[in-house]
Design a binder for this molecule. Structure first.
Ligand SMILES: [Zn+2]
Length: 279
């Protein structure tokens, strides 16, 4: 599979000179199989550029998985070019209880007072698909989901194809007491031996306890978590809108030092708009 980052930022887009390297767009990740299946995770503002590419490539079937409906995960959808093509099918997936509200909330952000093109008038065929919690087959991928610790119910996804495993887990406060839905151990089990784990690392340890209960993790805890899960590479994700490129570079340097000092087998990187991972 091939994974590409189109939006790496949390909360709100953060364009400007200080976020050029890691990107200013909100959450959007593309997954493609060698067979041509196109899966997108979340419709943050990064989905606008992805849509242009998919139109150019002539992709007519798109599978869009939504983690939750906070703005930074859906706000790009009104600008997703393929939605304006009558020959395109977009299947939008969600796990209950997100699933039940998906149509209403996506349409809500496109109601006429907010946006000129209304959701129910979009030319593309849009279908909503409910994800069963025990896992399901989407073309060549077996996909499992688990709740994260976030104020609004949010789901992480684990993609398995052949022997390769990719886990996407954002908007998750590891070992949270305030918004505990799933324990540390259950989350570790979910990410177990993933080749790549993309995980929320919006904060630093110093940000806690001030930001406890907001549903995000520090990069330090994310490292420990990934190592315990015997993950191959952890990709720090959902960068804070205030976090400058220089600061992310510095976090990465510190993270690599911790890995070396503790003898972890883990590799670490930071999600960067435009980066492609092949596995
Ligand atoms: Zn978010």
């Amino acid at each position: 599979m091939r994974i590409k980052f189109w939006g790496t930022r949390g909360s709100i887009p953060a364009p400007g000179r200080e976020t050029v390297k890691y990107g200013g767009n909100t959450t959007c990740v593309e997954i493609r199989s060698g067979e041509g299946t196109c899966i997108i995770i979340d419709a943050g503002t990064g989905i606008r550029s992805l849509g242009k590419k998919l139109l150019k490539e002539g992709v007519r079937e798109i599978h869009l998985l939504i983690t939750h409906t906070h703005w930074d995960h859906i706000q790009g959808f009104p600008f997703f070019g393929p939605a304006y093509r009558a020959d395109t099918v977009i299947k939008i997936y969600g796990v209950p209880p997100t699933f039940e509200k998906l149509g209403k909330l996506l349409a809500g952000q496109m109601s006429f007072d907010y946006f000129p093109a209304e959701f129910h008038k979009l030319p593309a065929t849009i279908e909503f698909v409910e994800i069963k919690k025990d896992g399901f087959l989407l073309k060549e991928f077996f996909i499992k989901s688990i709740e994260t610790n976030h104020p609004l119910v949010t789901h992480a996804y684990r993609f398995e194809k052949g022997k390769k495993v990719f886990v996407f887990m954002t908007d998750n406060e590891l070992d949270s007491q305030e918004i505990a839905r799933v324990s540390w151990d259950e989350h570790v089990e979910f990410v177990k031996e993933a080749d790549i784990l993309v995980h929320d690392a919006q904060y630093t340890l110093e940000d806690f306890p001030r930001l406890k209960g907001w549903g995000h993790s520090s990069w330090q805890r994310t490292l420990e978590f990934a190592e315990e899960g015997k993950v191959g590479e952890v990709v720090l994700f959902h960068h804070d809108p205030e976090r400058k490129d220089q600061e992310i570079d510095s976090i990465l340097r510190k993270a690599k030092r911790i890995i070396q000092r503790n003898g972890y087998r883990l590799r670490v990187s930071a999600a960067r708009e435009g980066r492609i991972i092949r596995m």
